[in-house]
Unconditional design. Sequence first.
Length: 182
Amino acid sequence: MKKTYLFVLFSIFLTNAIQAQDEAPVSVVKNQFKINVLFPGFIYEHGFSKKNTLYSEASFSLGYSHSDFYDKSSVYIVPVITEQFRHYYNLQKRSNKGKRTERNSGNYLALNASYYFKPLSGDTEYFTFVPSSTVAVLWGLQRTYKGRFNLEFNIGPGVNFSKIETKFELPVNFTLGWVIGK
């Protein structure tokens, strides 16, 4: 009886090992274009290894500022360019659980660099926006669903540099859009 159990157990392990070798490795997409509709913009993500991409985005960002001195607030729209080096760390785990990994659906860690231009709106006598750069380390997730609907969120600590000051920031980004092309 013990030999039968041992044989069955060995057969199960051998079958799983053979199937694991037959599965294709999961990797990021080589070229992916997206449109961000929440804050209008264009995104290109280039995969250069199985788990790493270079993410480039040109879009608009929404900001808020408050002057304690004048007790006034301002909302502004700023053109922004963002570059990220992304490492998708859980693609294989998602695939093993039967979850989508298509079009880079996974969680990632990223090194982020953004440049914020002079705003299109929001400058007032109480507030003047100064162009700046932000460098950050981000944790994020990206999901692309059927119909190529794309959802993305990232957050992490960073430092913002301008000609006036350097300060700690907590960049948060949320996008809704569509993957376009093949």
